[in-house]
Design a protein around this ligand. Structure first.
Ligand SMILES: [Zn+2]
Length: 355
């Protein structure tokens, strides 16, 4: 039977990211129902029946990039309050601005972010924000894949008045994503170990495990966060997660900049994934995450842009460049994080970190 594909793409160079990391010259892919059905030399793929053919024989074609940590709607805050440290920027400027958010602003900011991400080759993003159902609705309408979670704080904000209302937002998001999980999938999000209390963190941990959902939060983002946690709780951020039994394969830790060798080994042993955001970490001078050490220990690492307010772009190619340069200067080792490792973080490893 002759099955007609929706689309054939001819590539001058095709970077497959398959298990052998094959790179093919004059090759093609066949796509049906949004799924790649065939990959191979153009002499074979080009002979398949298809409704549409795109000729990129002068271009490099590669898999869609995965932004493993962002806050899409923060495009509306791009360029606001540059040049200040993380906690002052976050608590003194970003949170007060977010107190005035509306669902309409979130939808508009997400639309802008989706356009920017798609134009830069990103086809999947993990989003943590407020009014998150509007983020999922927007991603679904635009046609970009989203793993979306309502950011849970213990304190009231523009999206909800308290923890029970916050959990209603989680259920609204679950309702919307039902039946649409090929494109938009819910995850569970705590803001951080300092803005989300232990009881709530444990509740989110249980929900993630019961529902088989990804659980993600910001942790160990900077030495200042560690100092604050030591002062308030007598423990470092990863130790707080450890004591709450939150370290597991469903957990994606954004940042993990200020982590010890023991914490890296623990994250590897527990199957925790990390979302590395080098441009955000540099802009806020949060530090340089020990990514080469994490990879050597077997921690799964994806790459993220963080929000546009702390980057100031959503460009995964810029993020790959920054990650490579940061790792090389951190280790004073020009072989650290080579190009293939960076592309893996921006594609297959990022996708795996999102489940
Ligand atoms: Zn973030």
């Amino acid at each position: 039977m002759n099955i007609s594909h929706d689309l054939l793409v001819r590539a001058g160079t095709l970077v497959t990211q398959d298990a052998q990391r094959s790179v093919l010259c004059d090759a093609g892919v066949a796509v049906s129902d949004g799924v790649v059905r065939a990959v191979g030399p153009w002499s074979e793929v080009g002979a398949l029946p298809a409704r549409e053919v795109l000729d990129h024989s002068g271009d490099i074609v590669l898999p869609g990039l995965v932004n493993a940590h962002t806050h899409a709607a923060m495009t509306v805050f791009r360029g606001m309050e540059d040049d200040m440290p993380l906690l002052e920027w976050l608590m003194g400027h970003i949170w007060p601005a977010e107190a005035r958010l509306t669902p309409e602003i979130v939808a508009l900011g997400t639309t802008l972010a989706a356009a920017e991400m798609l134009a830069g080759g990103t086809t999947c993003f993990c989003d943590l924000y407020l009014f998150e159902r509007r983020v999922a609705e927007t991603a679904h309408a635009v046609g970009i894949r989203g793993v979306c979670g309502e950011g849970i704080f213990d304190t009231p904000n523009a999206s909800y008045s308290g923890i029970e209302a916050a959990l209603e937002r989680v259920e609204e998001l679950e309702d919307f994503c039902r039946g649409k999980q090929d494109l938009v999938r819910p995850c569970l999000v705590a803001h951080s170990v300092y803005a989300t209390g232990a009881q709530t963190l444990a509740r989110l941990r249980d929900m993630a495990r019961e529902r088989g959902r990804l659980l993600t939060l910001h942790a160990a983002e900077s030495p200042a966060e560690t100092a604050m946690c030591l002062e308030r709780f007598g423990k470092r951020p990863v130790a707080i997660l450890e004591d709450l039994d939150m370290l597991g394969p469903e957990l994606l830790v954004a940042h993990a900049v200020d982590v010890t060798e023991r914490e890296i080994a623990l994250m590897a042993a527990k199957g925790v994934s990390v979302a590395h955001n080098p441009r955000s970490n540099m802009k806020l001078a949060s530090g340089m995450a020990p990514i080469a050490r994490m990879l050597a220990e077997g921690v799964r690492v994806g790459l993220g842009t963080d929000g546009a307010a702390s980057n100031n772009a959503l460009n995964m190619f810029a993020e790959m460049t920054a990650a490579g340069l940061m790792a090389k200067v951190r280790g004073m080792d020009p072989t650290a994080l080579p190009a293939q490792a960076l592309l893996d973080m921006a594609t297959v490893e990022g996708a795996r970190s999102l489940g």
